[in-house]
Design a protein around this ligand. Structure first.
Ligand SMILES: Nc1nc2c(ncn2[C@@H]2O[C@H](COP(=O)(O)OP(=O)(O)OP(=O)(O)O)[C@@H](O)[C@H]2O)c(=O)[nH]1
Ligand SMILES: [Mg+2]
Length: 330
């Protein structure tokens, strides 16, 4: 059998476990996770390398994690939904992730509507089955979903416990066309360290704060200087109101210190050097509703500004289908 490859979009409502699945399949933490819905704001690419082994053909799966499908009520939300649509365009297979521990709701229909518009073959992935003691209970749910869409496969998994992932990978590979390896063995994502750093900081905010703050916050990297032994990073956390800034900074700066040191530890593991991290907090009233500000947050756009070249022309996209994929979606 020939080598197989393709682009596989992970689609579903907020909190279904899309990013947990991406990380579990790639085997590295590429996307941040939280208990709060609408954690992921950009599409995130992760490459699963499956070299040829005895009894198995070689394959490469390019997964694209996406923001949770929802009805947007801000510029940020609308941009998130654009990211979902761009990820869907030109992909070979869609993995629709549903939370098996919840009943089907009208809100779940949005993801199915997008799927129907894309006309791409799809698998239904019922996630979080570790929460269901009586697996028989899955059967009526599967029936219900089957009536709503013609899924090629229905696969129950637990992304968190890594249950059912081998079976899932096998079926994904079988559904992909013959094709080349688009990415080198050592490449797992297109996301530069600079932007993963912003996400790591945002994850600490999501985990450490409550109510409006996680949603009203964003992180921008002001400078990122890599040295052989030390990486110097300055980043600004934007929030919408003075009261939020007060909480983010905390008494005598305690909160900001906590966010900084937890993030620094993870950034050091990623870049492989010591990290000097400077954090600032700024109030940017109503940034979520500012189209201009939201556009500036887009790391692909920031990369273009930093390099003076369109993102798809950076080294890692050369000769790849992803470049075509990106051009296509503009
Ligand atoms: N019990 C259980 N929890 C899970 C499983 N997969 C994910 N979770 C939890 O569900 C929550 C949401 O997970 P994420 O991976 O961030 O979900 P997401 O779909 O990427 O969410 P958004 O980015 O907000 O759209 C986290 O608390 C995860 O730990 C699973 O298989 N079992
Ligand atoms: Mg996510």
């Amino acid at each position: 059998m020939p080598f197989r490859s393709g682009f596989v979009c992970i689609l579903g409502r907020p909190n279904a476990g899309k990013s947990t699945l991406l990380n579990a399949l790639v085997g590295e933490k590429l996307a941040i996770i939280s208990r709060k819905p609408q954690t992921t704001r950009n599409r995130i690419q992760g490459v699963v390398h499956l070299p040829k082994r005895k009894g198995r053909d070689g394959a490469q799966i390019v997964l694209i994690d996406t923001p949770g499908v929802h009805k947007p009520d801000s510029s940020l939300g609308r941009k998130m939904m654009v990211e979902v649509r761009e990820a869907l365009e030109g992909c070979d297979l869609v993995l629709v992730i549903m939370d098996a521990a919840r009943k089907f709701e009208t809100r779940d229909q949005y993801a199915l509507d997008l799927l129907k518009q894309s006309r791409t073959p799809a698998f239904l992935i019922l996630n979080k089955v570790d929460l269901i003691r009586d697996k028989e209970k899955l059967l009526p749910l599967i029936e219900e979903y089957r009536k709503l869409h013609d899924f090629r496969e229905v696969i129950p998994i637990s992304a968190l416990k890594r249950d059912g992932l081998e079976a899932l990978l096998k079926k994904v590979v079988a559904a992909l066309p013959a094709g080349p390896a688009y990415f080198g063995e050592d490449q797992v994502t297109d996301q530069p360290a600079r932007f993963m750093t912003a996400e790591i900081i945002r994850e600490q905010i999501l985990q450490g704060t409550e109510e409006e703050i996680p949603y009203a916050t964003t992180v921008m990297i002001d400078s990122f200087e890599e040295g052989a032994k030390l990486t110097r990073i300055a980043a600004t956390i934007y929030c919408e109101r003075a009261g939020q800034k007060g909480i983010l900074v905390g008494k005598r700066g305690q909160m900001l210190k906590k966010i900084g040191s937890a993030a620094r530890w993870q950034i050091e593991r990623m870049v492989g050097t010591k990290v000097y991290l400077e954090l600032y907090v700024k109030v940017q009233p109503g940034w979520r509703d500012s189209r201009g500000f939201v556009e500036e947050l887009d790391w692909r756009r920031q990369l273009e500004q930093l390099t003076g070249r369109p993102a798809e022309h950076t080294k890692q996209f050369e000769n790849s289908k992803f470049a075509a994929h990106n051009n296509h979606s503009k």
